[in-house]
Write a protein that binds this ligand. Structure first.
Ligand code: FAD
Length: 407
């Protein structure tokens, strides 16, 4: 079988390309090949309200099950693409099937990075990337009292917050000297550390993992670099992803950290696009550096860009990055990229649990983290887009609305 547009990956980006193509009256054939058994669903709730049991799987599906057939989008789930032949315009799947394409959209995201130490693959050691991962974790939860989360990034912290609500004893182990170190400034890291500690979560900073201890094939604890053993029944590993691009790279696509794409999300292979978590693109909000963004916004916006491009409306990718995280009753909203900032200005009183952190680089605003402060998030976006230069004392004055600073 050959499809006009073949999409690899039934996640946020893959689903959105198909949806956008049909919205724009694309009449050609479309198929999505997805390694997971499930129809496309939202990934963010996996570490938030799906993990805490507040949302069912049906409520996190990107579209109802009937949507895809109704729009004549073939869903080839439970099938992995292992090879790409760019000359023949075909892909090869793990079940031996060969599928042809006119255009290939690679939207395969990434797989959870695994620990390399002994015990990394024991029963009781979990990732939080797919619904199946979380269902396995939830099945073990009733018999677990102590949980160790390895990695103090967004996913690890969200999981810690959700699981501590169940009354579990949760410890977060972070190798760096603060949580969220790769994505946020120090004031935000310290705030979240204090919040977690206030909810009874043990946060261990500057702490490495030596191995996972076992008994009868099950994890029984995490041995730290200094020899201490944190006894536990469940280990959650949240140390990032490895972009799922091996078949494209084997086919000759240029790649670095992920597969390289141009401003139209084209790879170096003919008629092959890449979008979402796996696409390394030059981003204006990162001073033109080639980066991958792991966010729903990026997945959706790149999907929309490719769908429009295929319909003849070419545009370069220039969307402003944004992201959110929910932990306890805190809603963090981020706009821009704070990497490389040389100044972090707190706006408002951190003690009220409602404040923003403004990030500046060479005097210009490059990003904003807003905690329970949607007004700043909404109004500050324009300042990030404009890379506005504003007197830091004025920025710090929470009594002056950010919209009053937009010129
Ligand atoms: P994915 O959604 O990962 O989809 C890729 C799909 O491709 C997967 O189903 C995968 O199994 C499949 N696949 C991989 N290889 C192959 C292959 N060879 N053949 C066939 N199929 C393949 N972002 C936010 O903006 N806000 C949040 O609060 C937030 N929270 C998150 C919480 C969690 C627990 C996780 C895991 C992610 C979170 N993210 C969040 C990130 C966001 O979910 C991702 O950026 C987004 O899912 C990326 O979409 P994608 O389509 O590129 O990849």
């Amino acid at each position: 079988m050959t499809y006009d547009v073949l999409i690899v990956g039934a996640g946020h980006a893959g689903a959105q390309v198909a949806i956008a193509l049909r919205q724009q009256k694309f009449t050609g054939s479309i198929a999505i090949v997805g390694e997971e058994q499930d129809l496309p669903y939202e990934r963010p709730p996996l570490s938030k309200d799906y993990l805490s049991g507040e949302k069912t799987f049906e409520r996190i599906m990107i579209r109802p099950a009937t949507f895809w057939g109704d729009r004549d989008i073939a869903m080839l789930t439970g099938r992995r693409v292992d090879a790409v032949d760019p000359q023949a315009h075909t892909v090869g799947c793990d079940d031996g099937a060969t599928i042809g394409y006119g255009t290939l959209v690679w939207a395969a995201g990434g797989h959870p990075r695994r620990l390399t130490c002994s015990g990394h693959d024991l029963t009781g050691v979990h990732a939080v990337r797919t619904r199946a991962d979380v269902d396995r974790l939830l099945a073990e939860l009733p018999t677990a009292e102590r949980i160790v989360v390895i990695g103090g990034g967004y996913i690890g912290l969200e999981a810690a917050a959700a699981l501590s609500k169940f009354g579990k004893h949760v410890t977060v182990v972070e190798a760096l000297d603060r949580v969220l170190a790769r994505v946020a400034g120090e004031p935000l890291s310290r705030f979240f550390e204090a919040e977690h500690r206030g909810h009874g979560v043990d946060i261990r900073l500057g702490t490495t993992v030596a191995c996972i201890e076992e008994a009868d094939g099950r994890a029984t604890g995490v041995r730290l670099g200094d020899g201490e053993v944190l006894a536990c029944e469940i280990v959650i590993v949240g140390i990032g992803i490895v972009p799922a691009v091996a078949p494209l790279v084997a086919a000759g696509a240029q790649a670095s950290n992920g597969v390289d794409v141009d401003p139209h999300c084209r790879t170096t292979l003919p008629d092959v696009y890449a979008i979402g978590d796996c696409a390394a693109h030059q981003n204006g909000f990162a001073d033109g550096a080639r980066i991958r963004l792991e966010s729903v916004q990026n997945a959706n916006d790149q999907a929309m860009l490719v769908a429009k491009g295929l319909m003849g409306h070419q545009a370069a990718y220039e969307a402003v990055p944004w992201f959110w995280s929910n932990q306890y009753d805190l809603r963090l909203q981020t706009v821009g990229l704070s990497t490389g900032h040389d100044q972090a200005i707190v706006r408002g009183d951190i003690a009220t649990r409602s404040f923003s952190v403004m990030y500046l680089k060479a005097g210009r605003i490059i990003a904003l983290d807003c905690v329970n402060m949607t007004r700043d998030y909404v109004q500050g976006r324009a300042l990030v887009v404009a890379r506005a230069r504003i007197d830091p004392a004025r920025l710090a004055d929470a009594s002056v609305p950010l919209k009053a600073m937009i010129v």
